[in-house]
Design a protein around this ligand. Structure first.
Ligand SMILES: *Cc1c(COP(=O)(O)O)cnc(C)c1O
Length: 228
């Protein structure tokens, strides 16, 4: 059996960059308002180095041990590390030690765990767009209360909302709900204007609905290695 190799990293990155720019134009927005985070989970630090050499500044990880190791090894590159995975309360402080931005703050106990008088971590409130509480994320009704708690907690700066489009919903519709949630959030936190939404398969729809931070993995990195 021959394994399909596909185009090299630089080519996939260029393809996504032009796809992002095109969607921004279509939305009447400037590509400069958009941050593309390359999600590098399961990939070795060497791939992150290659991405850095290609001009990537923002990288995303979803597993604590792996993220901690890679960010330590690559500290001299001065990348911006985004933690996008589900977060355990007891690991929260450890993640905040290396992550510049945490996208998955979704409950009071996590906010309390992230409280700090020494440093400030940027964060997003993750919204659950499904009916399944296991998916992680706060529901729309719980968003304002959680936002108020973050605003009152030293050590956290609230950037906005984060969401993952459900598999069984048209992405544009799901992201329209995220836009509505973002508007609701801004009534209690006017500065929290950012929207972290859009992955390899749906970043265009996310951009059309106002996403500011795209979390793109496989479209840039190629398929993830099988977890060992
Ligand atoms: C893995 C992951 C991504 C990237 O997914 P792709 O489909 O590979 O682009 C984005 N967001 C989160 C939360 C992830 O875990």
């Amino acid at each position: 059996m021959t394994r399909q190799v596909g185009p090299p990293l630089a080519e996939r990155l260029a393809t996504v960059r032009s796809g992002v720019a095109e969607a921004a134009r279509e939305a009447g927005r400037s590509p400069q308002e958009l941050t593309t985070i390359v999600v590098t989970k399961f990939h070795p630090a060497s791939l992150v180095r290659e991405l850095h050499a290609l001009g990537v500044q923002d990288v995303g990880e979803s597993r604590h041990q792996e993220a901690r190791q890679k960010s330590a090894e690559l500290a001299p590159l001065r990348l911006t590390w985004h933690f996008v995975g589900q977060l355990q309360g007891k690991k929260a402080r450890q993640v905040a030690a290396y992550a510049d931005v945490i996208h998955s703050v979704d409950r009071e106990s996590l906010v309390t765990a992230l409280r700090s008088d020494d440093s400030v971590t940027d964060c997003f409130l993750q919204l659950n767009l499904t009916d399944d509480p296991e998916r992680g994320g706060v529901d729309l009704a719980g968003l304002p209360t959680l936002a108020e708690l973050v605003l009152a907690t030293p050590g956290l700066r609230l950037l906005g909302v984060m969401a993952i489009a459900p598999l069984d919903e048209e992405p544009r519709r799901a992201f329209a709900r995220v836009r509505t949630a973002s508007e609701a959030l801004r009534t209690v936190a006017p500065d929290a204007t950012a929207i972290s939404a859009g992955m390899s398969g749906d970043y265009r729809e996310a951009i059309l609905e106002g996403a500011t931070h795209l979390r793109i993995g496989t479209a840039i990195t190629g398929n993830r290695p099988i977890a060992g």
